[in-house]
Design a protein around this ligand. Structure first.
Ligand code: TXA
Ligand code: MG
Length: 353
């Protein structure tokens, strides 16, 4: 299949031209096809959420297990009630505060949502993304777009159109190229299908931000336990996912000790003939003597670290790096989501120094 890569950011194109391009993408969705598109978190791989065959194509293109449900993206808050039942007042408050934005909420599904879209569950995940092209595509595509992250299953989520091209070229008819995304890690997921709301996936919207609006919220015990027998509730969170090809090891502790340890490990791996990558920061990158050193961002701005995480993992893949040693980052605010994704990418390999 030919994949059209359609640029919707280049300057010197009129708003009308961009709209025509997104209109064409919406036509593909309405006809049951797939379109990859930018959102503020990561790129999504979209299909008509109410068309079971169309959702089925997403699983095929990603190589995704069919029991892993998809998020339905809407462009108007009022559309929530068409696909979800028993939406509690607290959820409406969160929608009011954070939509459009990087927040996904789970409810009982309505009859029009096919089980193919929800991985066989009778609940549905819903999000209204904060990205003009995504919102227009949803509107022109029929109002309900099912979209997982647009990576091959098991690879880091795409934060640039080039990442989507790497994974999806030849498999889907169109990629809308909207440049680099703003946030860089997937939306926060809050489950409202049980009595007390529960965070199933941490993200840019933190537990503290949610608590401020609705009071009590729990965190899925499966996310924080070291006990491998306790599984997270979101099916997608149980896979070793977000992962690079290389073996990734996190080193945690005081800045000096971490640098010392990473230098020691990198030296040893290099001596064994392995290609080594190191994830440091603007503040620390000059302190490493071995391997390919990349700065993930600055420690004074956690958002910059979130934005670059998946891109760095992909860059190391392209360089055929075999071992990656990474510093670890503080867990306040968005740091918790960064920690969660890094632990998953590392398959929970952490060295404390
Ligand atoms: O930021 C995002 O959320 C991006 C952009 C494209 O919107 N999407 C995204 O989708 O990350 P995906 O499919 O890669 O991750 C969705 C996660 C999976 O872990 C899935 O198991 C979980 O949400 N999920 C979806 N529906 C669910 C449901 N009904 N119950 C429990 N978990 C659900
Ligand atoms: Mg994903």
């Amino acid at each position: 299949m030919e994949t059209a890569i359609v640029n919707i950011t280049e300057e010197n194109q009129s708003e009308e031209t961009i709209r025509e391009k997104i209109y064409a993408a919406g036509q593909i969705i309405q006809q049951g096809g797939l379109v990859a598109f930018p959102t503020e978190t990561v790129y999504g791989l979209g299909a008509d959420a109410l068309n079971p065959q169309a959702s089925g194509k997403i699983y095929e293109a990603k190589g995704r297990p069919s029991d892993n449900p998809l998020i339905i993206h809407i462009s108007h808050r009022k559309d929530l009630d068409k696909i979800a039942k028993n939406v509690p007042e607290q959820a409406r408050k969160l929608a009011e505060k954070f939509w459009p934005g990087p927040l996904t909420m789970i409810f009982e599904k309505s009859e029009i949502v096919p089980l193919e879209t929800t991985g066989g569950l009778n609940t549905v995940a819903v999000r209204m993304p904060n990205h003009p092209a995504a919102l227009l595509l949803i509107e022109l595509g029929g109002g309900f777009i099912a979209a997982p992250s647009a990576n091959t299953s098991g690879k880091p989520s795409p934060t640039q159109a080039e990442h989507v091209t790497e994974d999806m070229k030849g498999r889907i008819p169109m990629i809308l190229d909207g440049g680099t995304v703003g946030i860089g890690i997937e939306s926060t997921i809050v489950d409202f299908s049980e009595a007390i709301p529960m965070i199933l996936r941490p993200g840019y919207i933190t537990a503290e931000m949610i608590q401020e609006v609705i009071g009590e919220v729990r965190i899925d015990p499966g996310l924080i336990t070291e006990d491998a027998k306790v599984h997270p509730k979101a099916p997608g969170m149980k896979y070793r996912h977000y992962a690079p090809k290389a073996d990734l090891i996190l080193v945690s502790g005081s800045r000096e000790r971490v640098q010392e340890k990473i230098n020691e490990l990198a030296k040893k791996a290099a001596k064994e003939g392995k290609t080594v990558g190191i994830i440091g920061t603007e503040e620390t990158k000059s302190g490493y003597q071995y391997g390919l050193v990349k700065s993930i961002g600055t420690r004074t701005d956690a958002a910059s670290i979130a934005r670059h995480l998946y891109g760095i993992l992909r860059e190391f893949d392209q360089l055929d790096v075999e071992m990656i040693y990474s510093e670890s980052f503080s867990v306040s605010g968005i740091g918790q989501a960064i920690r969660n994704r890094m632990l998953k990418a590392a398959g929970h390999q952490v060295i404390e120094v």
